[in-house]
Design a protein around this ligand. Structure first.
Ligand SMILES: [Cu+2]
Length: 76
């Protein structure tokens, strides 16, 4: 099982969090989705997290992932 962390841009309220959580949860194999509104942090846990699928899911919810270069990720 792997957990990957992404940064979602454009979320402003709890509804945004719900939309992103729902879309990402629908990806095949995803076991756990955790979204933090304040930081825009999105954590996805699955046997094999597919970046492209996460990106598509976030887009269908109406948001965008920050580009890998400026994720502002914690170092782990
Ligand atoms: Cu919202």
């Amino acid at each position: 099982m792997t957990t990957k962390t992404y940064t979602v841009q454009g979320m402003t309220c709890q509804h945004c969090v719900m939309s992103v959580t729902e879309e990402v949860s629908e990806i095949d194999g995803v076991e756990k989705v955790d979204v933090d509104l304040a930081s825009g942090r999105l954590e996805v846990t699955a046997p094999d997290v597919d970046d492209a699928a996460v990106k598509t899911a976030v887009s269908s919810a109406g948001y965008a992932l920050a580009a890998p270069g400026d994720l502002g990720l914690r170092s782990k």
